[in-house]
Design a binder for this molecule. Structure first.
Ligand SMILES: Nc1ncnc2c1ncn2[C@@H]1O[C@H](COP(=O)(O)OP(=O)(O)OP(=O)(O)O)[C@@H](O)[C@H]1O
Length: 606
């Protein structure tokens, strides 16, 4: 006998025996420690002991003829008395008191307990244990779910949903659960798993039916839906992953012909942070929008599937260059024949509707081209932007993330940088670029540029000392890593306005830059805002004139190209239509970057 059981020797013997067996079989019990200690405490509780003593006394009392009850239906009699008194309740105070007394729950409880004891009704009634159980008989589980009317985020309509999809098993021809959506009703029940075979829905046998017929049954059901299921042999792991990604493309499930179930799709736009809760299916992940209160996950294309689509789109682009510039709204994949329980749409098996992409051609030749755009852009287009895994970066004392302003030449990046630095020159700093071009009259070495020889610059570039560089009209231009690092180390916020092709060189775990895209407004607004303040054209080497219409058009065209090629690297976009509004937004963003946690590439983790 264990120490605990010994200490409880004065206890009711049957309880002590139970406790001793529990202690002895502790090792063999597969249940959790929590359950073991609950049972152990219960068996040692004073309340249970007292109950046993009462029980024993009653049993003993039952043996004594004198204690036999007069009747065993006192509760029934009390009800009859109430009926009799009701019409006479106002006749006397006594009848009134008896009427209320007999209705008191404590009194009724006492009478019921009396009757139970009188009838010797001490034990709960349990169903008969079947004598013979067929071991080969398949276990069937009956699951009841309440049909909900909440729409799934991204659903086309507000049809009911239980958060699971079904399909016909290719081998057995039976209807099985294809997918359980994280956080949906089926998932929350914990009773429905992928691979479970559906036998009946609301009492209707589904054998030989196709998924659409089963869905009709569901659609016609109201309230509670009862499923009779044969559990799958192995349950898939439904543990949520913690992965967060930044979406690098827009997704609209309603336009995706190949999503297994459109209503289960989750729409998002480029830049959205997604919590990937399941990657079990290689083609369709389950995800939630980070911070969204909707706990139900939705379907999104996996990285593999999205990469295949992009490759397919690009191969089509190569064949037909006369379509629109940006490819969108197209789908590719290997669809499952699955449907979402309680709501589902038919598969549209129409041909793929890809739109193709044409590289815009520059008609303006006056623009300064500092970098060899064609070559670098060809390289950039090789990148397949789908999802980028991200983590949260918390502000750290003593380190300020550099702010990088990207945009088409002439859009206003330097104007915004000048204004930002002017708000607090002790807080913001910008590096002086290097150039191999000869110094001009009036220029001071170290102010506009550091002037160095071509050989010196080439040597520095080859040694990797420049974080960005390029060649324009036979001269090198670039920013040294050292000048940026010294600004950061001095505790300042470094503001950079590099050429967009330098983005990849800058976006490193060491610098951790925050990249803001300065976006031009439409041609008309661009022309109106710039002309009204007599803005100087940056396309003119001496800034001696205003912008021409061609230059405005070039700014707009080049912005489309930059967004297409580099949009996935931007943390934020600011529209530079009204200068003071754009500047306000920039100030606000810079403050947020410096004080709030931000999502950054997971590869930047220290
Ligand atoms: N929102 C705006 N409204 C009116 N004028 C603007 C606006 N933004 C910028 N400008 C003016 O446009 C001109 C070009 O701006 P800025 O020099 O900042 O361009 P940039 O993007 O730095 O170009 P580059 O990269 O070619 O040097 C400047 O005269 C500037 O004052």
């Amino acid at each position: 006998m264990s120490a605990v059981a010994m200490a409880n020797r004065t206890w009711e013997p049957s309880l002590s025996n139970l406790l001793a067996s529990l202690e002895e079989s502790k090792q063999e019990l597969t249940n959790s420690d929590e359950e073991f200690s609950f049972l152990s405490n219960l068996l040692q509780s004073k309340e249970l002991h007292a109950l046993f003593q009462v029980h024993n006394k009653i049993l003993e009392g039952g043996k004594d003829e004198k204690c036999n009850p007069i009747l065993s239906s006192s509760m029934q009699i009390a009800l009859e008395v109430l009926e009799v008194i009701l019409p006479r309740i106002n006749l006397s105070e006594d009848s009134k008191e008896l009427f209320f007394l007999l209705q008191r729950p404590h009194m009724q409880g006492l009478l019921c307990a009396h009757d139970a004891v009188a009838q010797k009704d001490y034990f709960p009634r349990l169903p008969e244990i079947p004598q013979e159980v067929d071991d080969n008989e398949e276990t069937i589980k009956i699951v009841q779910l309440v049909k909900s009317n909440e729409p799934m985020d991204g659903a086309l309509n507000a049809e009911p949903i239980v958060g699971a999809t079904i399909k016909t098993d290719e081998d057995t021809g039976k209807i099985v659960i294809a997918r359980v959506m994280h956080g949906g009703a089926a998932d929350r029940s914990g009773l429905i798993h992928v691979g479970d075979e559906v036998c009946e829905v609301n009492g209707i046998n589904v054998e030989g039916k196709v998924p659409n017929e089963v869905l009709k049954i569901l659609q016609n059901s109201e309230g509670t839906i009862t499923f009779k299921l044969i559990p799958a042999e192995s349950k898939d792991s439904s543990r949520e992953s913690k992965v967060r990604v930044r979406a690098l493309f827009d997704y609209n499930a309603s336009k995706d012909q190949y999503i297994p179930c459109r209503e289960a799709g989750l729409d998002f736009t480029k830049g959205t942070i997604l919590h990937i809760v399941s990657q079990n299916d290689p083609y369709w992940w389950q995800a939630r929008i980070e911070g969204d209160k909707n706990i139900r996950a939705g379907l999104i294309p996996s990285r593999t599937l999205q990469e295949r689509r992009i490759i397919h789109e690009r191969s089509l682009m190569g064949k037909d260059p006369n379509k629109e510039f940006l490819a969108n709204g197209s789908c590719l994949g290997n669809p499952e024949k699955v449907q979402l329980l309680g709501l589902c749409s038919e598969f549209a098996k129409t041909s793929l509707g890809f739109s193709d992409c044409e590289t815009p051609k520059c008609s303006v030749r006056t623009k300064k081209i500092m970098y060899d755009t064609a070559e670098a852009d060809d390289f950039d287009r090789e990148e397949i932007a789908t999802y980028e895994e991200v983590i949260k970066l918390y502000p750290r004392p003593g380190f300020h993330r550099p702010i990088v302003l990207i945009g088409p030449p002439g859009v206003g990046r330097n104007e915004l940088k000048r204004r930002l630095i002017a708000t607090d020159p002790e807080k913001f700093g910008t590096p002086v670029p290097y150039t191999s071009r000869p110094i001009r009259p009036g220029e001071i070495n170290g102010k506009e540029y550091f002037f160095v020889t071509r050989d010196e610059m080439q040597e520095q570039i080859e040694s990797g000392n420049f974080i960005e560089f390029g060649e324009y009209k036979g001269n090198f231009y670039g920013t040294s890593a050292e000048s940026v690092v010294s600004i950061i180390n001095a505790g300042l916020i470094c503001v950079l306005t590099p050429h967009y092709q330098a983005l990849k060189m800058l976006r490193t775990p060491q610098l951790k830059p925050y990249i803001i895209y300065i976006k031009p407004p439409s041609f008309e607004v661009l022309k109106e805002t710039r002309s009204s303040v007599h803005a100087r054209s940056t396309f003119d080497e001496f800034n001696s004139r205003g912008f021409t219409d061609e230059e405005f058009q070039e700014i707009v065209r080049s912005s489309e190209r930059i967004e297409f090629l580099y949009g996935h690297l931007f943390d934020e976009s600011i529209l530079n239509d009204d200068l003071s509004s754009a500047f306000e937004q920039l100030l606000y963003s810079v403050h947020r970057v410096d004080t709030e946690p931000m999502w950054v590439p997971a590869a930047w983790a220290d």
